[in-house]
Write a protein that binds this ligand. Structure first.
Ligand SMILES: Nc1ncnc2c1ncn2[C@@H]1O[C@H](COP(=O)(O)OP(=O)(O)O)[C@@H](O)[C@H]1O
Ligand SMILES: [Mg+2]
Length: 275
């Protein structure tokens, strides 16, 4: 694994204006007042370079909120702002990584990673340079010409992450990206994403149902209520805490980590058991 040049956020680093703002987002599926109210008046402000995790019980509207943040779904009410301006359609500025790898099965790893770049005006030489960079960052060099079916789940998800990172997005939107992986692979990728964030200062909005994952990765953890999803609480975790130096296994032995996990789990639990 190698490091590469700093990401775009590091170069423009203004941590005051939210780079992404979800303002009073409400989402009804079906007719308003009659269908399913998935998300109810959620406001989230994400600062440049911040790593925010959103946790909440299953079905509380996490994916709905992320899909709206990505511009893939329209809110019933409220708006999505990027750099203080109404966000346009989804684009290279904000890239999404879903739980399911969603790779093109008949394309190689290299072709999958370059896919998004081919939709932009990035020249062939620059595409190759960025591809090589991502292959190195994600440890995929020897799989360059492999097809997704020849890769393990963990490797496929590395390709999916590389495909987003190659666009040099300012905002990375991740919906349970490690949810389909075995525990060991998940641990490795959590560490990788933590390292990438530290080195390249990506802005990340990360959805997970795992409190442990949220405490390990997040600088701020947003807890949602059960459906209709509202913001229940925001917990700010110290930046550069000791527990973030190693992997999640090591982190889980830190008393502060344990305390934060307990506090957040109690909040999530209330939403699961309440009726
Ligand atoms: N396209 C859709 N049409 C109708 N209902 C949906 C749709 N997508 C999600 N929902 C409903 O909205 C609620 C929130 O779903 P979701 O955002 O996927 O929750 P989470 O990601 O927190 O598990 C659920 O009740 C789900 O069934
Ligand atoms: Mg979901």
């Amino acid at each position: 694994m190698v490091t590469s040049e700093p990401g775009p956020a590091a170069m423009t680093g203004d941590r005051k204006t939210p780079i992404l703002e979800l303002r009073n987002i409400t989402k009804w599926f079906g007719r308003e007042g009659d269908g399913i109210l998935a998300v109810d008046d959620c406001t989230v402000k994400v600062k440049k370079g911040e790593f925010i995790c959103v946790v909440g019980p299953s079905g509380c509207g996490k994916s709905t909120l992320l899909t709206i943040a990505a511009g893939l779904e329209k809110p019933t009410r409220g708006e999505v702002l990027v750099d203080g301006r109404p966000a346009g359609p989804p684009g290279p500025k904000r890239c999404v990584v879903f739980q399911k790898f969603a790779l093109f099965p008949s394309e190689t790893v290299a072709q999958n990673i370059k896919f998004g770049l081919q939709m932009t005006r990035v020249g062939a030489a620059e595409q190759e340079k960025r591809l090589a960079e991502q292959l190195a960052i994600m440890g995929l060099e020897q799989f360059r010409n492999a097809y997704p079916s020849e890769l393990s789940g963990g490797m496929q998800q590395r390709v999916a992450i590389a495909r987003a990172l190659v666009m040099r997005p300012e905002i990375l939107l991740m919906d349970e990206p490690f949810g389909a992986l075995d525990a060991q692979t998940r641990t490795i990728l959590q560490e990788e994403i933590q390292r990438l964030h530290k080195e390249q200062h990506y802005t990340v909005l990360f959805i997970t149902h795992s409190v442990e994952e949220a405490v390990y990765l997040g600088e701020r953890v947003i807890v949602m209520t059960r459906r209709p999803g509202r913001i229940k609480r925001e917990i700010v975790l110290p930046r550069d805490v000791a527990w973030k130096q190693g992997d999640i296994e090591a982190a889980a032995e830190h008393p502060e980590f344990i305390a934060a996990r307990r506090e957040i789990w109690a909040l999530v639990r209330e939403e699961i058991v309440a009726r």
